[in-house]
Design a protein around this ligand. Structure first.
Ligand code: HEC
Length: 112
């Protein structure tokens, strides 16, 4: 391939990559939203805790959330409810549900 042809193709390849990345992200979010229904009673579909002993998940880093779920699943972190719930999650489920909760935007108001 000639050099100038190659140079002209680069932006198109980048654009196609972005479109696919966008679609993958949307698919992940959709799957994540569906998965999050099984978390909603305690963590809310919006990621805001609905029970006193469950933490907010909204807006946390995806890596952090995934590490916690993996730790529950492996038994490294233990909790009567979360250990059972995490045991039923596949790697894809964890990727999807953490994509959902980490994508939620949170606004904070610091006390004056
Ligand atoms: C029956 C209530 C309940 C349900 C349902 C539930 N959780 Fe939890 N979750 C908890 C509680 C309680 C904790 C706090 C555990 C602890 O104290 O160590 C927790 C902790 C977590 C944490 C660790 C957060 C942190 O900052 O340490 C993550 C991540 C999490 N849950 C994700 C999920 C996901 C994803 C689902 C659904 C697939 C889910 N949970 C379903 C009750 C629940």
């Amino acid at each position: 391939m000639r050099r100038d042809t190659r140079r002209r193709l680069v932006p198109w390849i980048a654009l196609i990559g972005l479109v696919f990345a966008g679609e993958a992200r949307a698919a992940d979010l959709e799957a994540g939203r569906a998965k999050a229904k099984m978390c909603a009673a305690c963590h809310g579909l919006d990621g805001l805790s609905k029970v006193a002993d469950a933490p907010n998940l909204a807006g946390n880093g995806q890596l952090y959330l995934a590490r916690q779920l993996e730790a529950f699943r492996s038994g490294e972190r233990k909790h009567p409810q979360m250990t059972v719930i995490a045991a039923g999650l596949s790697d894809d489920d964890i990727a999807a549900v953490t994509a959902w909760y980490s994508a939620i935007k949170v606004k904070v108001q610091v006390p004056q």
